[in-house]
Design a protein around this ligand. Structure first.
Ligand SMILES: Nc1ncnc2c1ncn2[C@@H]1O[C@H](COP(=O)(O)OP(=O)(O)O)[C@@H](O)[C@H]1O
Ligand SMILES: Nc1ncnc2c1ncn2[C@@H]1O[C@H](COP(=O)(O)OP(=O)(O)O)[C@@H](O)[C@H]1O
Ligand SMILES: [Zn+2]
Lengths: 249, 249
């Protein structure tokens, strides 16, 4: 059973799987996953997002999608966003978007595996995975089961955060998964009152962290209240402030 | 075995256990846990912190403690912070603070259970638990095994965050654990350039969320770069900007 190829997998041709992780919660993994997918779409590529944050899924809300995925005998069909990004998330199966999923590790890992094996992803250039915080069940399952091209690491400037993000980088190294790049999010905010750049969580440590870990540094993202508002209203695909993030490097 | 009282438990008399949770990562659960413990200490009470975020433990670094806990035949001794808060965290057992713990759910739950049953907490007015993000293994174990007085919920203003925080509140309700209060963290920042209050993640939704969930609202915490710097340098106990947070209500 474990080795058998599911019918959905025969219908899927995926160019590359990339997981977005950090170890630390709330640094902007979902946001970066969303921006990377939107960036790919704008370059005319086919992108999908597997929301692997099973108990804290925020991808569907960011993209304004809510209908329940259709289940066929050959597999589960992902939900397509307005600009054509295919999305699969456990939140799409919930009665209410704020209903909790109260599962333990084995069931959570199983859900991620089913999203990989039983969803008909079709032809994609990239499948992005939005990982939950931590270096536990989901990160292990994804790194052991999926043919990952690599991971993209998201951090924010606090030392406390850097300490935990390094755990994720060490995990990737231990499991022989390449780290494609490091992004520092919430790096600063531009004050609407006086236009000064305020380093809300302290001085930037992104470049120095990337250098010390021998990883490409993909740059700093500011906190942009307009972007937060778009995410809250399901319109991340309307963000137009230029895409500093691009997988096609 | 499961029912047997461990020797450490006979040596512990804990007035009340309170868990700090949110469902969402990075909203400030560890920070709020730390501030609550420091506030209790300043009121002359005895406080302990059980860092239940096994794969993302940040409590020891916030308090500047690092020595390895002593293990006796009757139990594990917690590490005491400068102002007298007793701390137990898996990070205190790691060779390096940025080494990952790559465990699955059952081992993680077991570690939390051991911190509860095998640590000699002694006489405490409050034992605070810093929960990881999510509504999975640790939240379930803590709510099913410990005699919780209640949970304190931490949110930040984004709608996306509120959706996931409501999952945690619903989980507490389903497991019949009282919600003691709701705190909105990262509510705004005061610009150092022009003193204007900037709502970085959008307008405050704390009071409205508390009212809709029928929970006491404990107020709004701003992002304070000075506080982030103190946490990064292990000196949260030196924060002196007044304590809006107090468990003794
Ligand atoms: N650069 C940014 N600008 C504005 N809002 C942001 C930014 N990064 C993150 N956010 C907001 O902060 C919240 C946390 O980000 P999220 O991507 O959910 O983090 P994670 O997936 O790491 O938990 C989201 O609601 C998101 O909209
Ligand atoms: N109000 C605040 N002011 C300044 N820094 C904060 C504030 N809240 C959180 N932080 C910083 O943001 C980071 C994330 O907070 P943390 O407590 O670790 O979140 P969680 O435990 O929910 O993941 C920490 O490094 C902390 O120092
Ligand atoms: Zn200003």
């Amino acid at each position: 059973e474990a080795g058998a190829v599911k019918p959905a997998m025969e219908l899927s041709r995926i160019g590359g799987c990339v997981a977005v992780m950090s170890g630390k919660g709330g640094v902007g993994k979902s946001l970066v996953t969303g921006l990377l997918a939107v960036g790919l779409r704008r370059q005319g590529r086919k992108a999908g997002i597997l929301d692997a944050d099973i108990t804290g899924p925020s991808i569907p809300k960011m993209f304004g999608v809510g209908e329940r995925p259709a289940t066929k005998d050959f597999g589960i069909l992902p939900v397509r966003s307005r600009s054509g990004i295919d999305i699969m998330s456990l939140n799409l199966f919930m009665e209410n978007e704020d209903d909790p999923v109260i599962w333990r590790g084995p069931m959570i890992s199983n859900a991620v595996r089913q999203f990989w094996e039983e969803v008909v992803w079709g032809d994609l250039d990239y499948l992005l995975l939005d990982l939950p915080p931590g270096t536990a069940d989901v990160a292990l399952t994804v790194m052991q089961v999926l043919p990952l091209k690599g991971v993209v690491i998201v951090m924010s400037p606090q030392d406390l955060t850097v300490m935990i993000v390094k755990k994720a980088i060490k995990m990737a190294d231990m499991l022989k998964i390449p780290v494609l790049g490091l992004i520092e999010n919430m790096s600063y905010i531009v004050c609407p009152g006086c236009n000064e750049e305020v380093e809300v969580f302290g001085p930037s440590r992104g470049a120095e962290t990337a250098a010390s870990q021998n990883i490409p540094f993909w740059g700093r993202l500011p906190i942009d209240p307009a972007l937060a508002a778009l995410c809250d209203s399901g319109r991340i695909e309307d963000y137009d402030d230029g895409f500093p993030l691009s997988l096609a490097r």
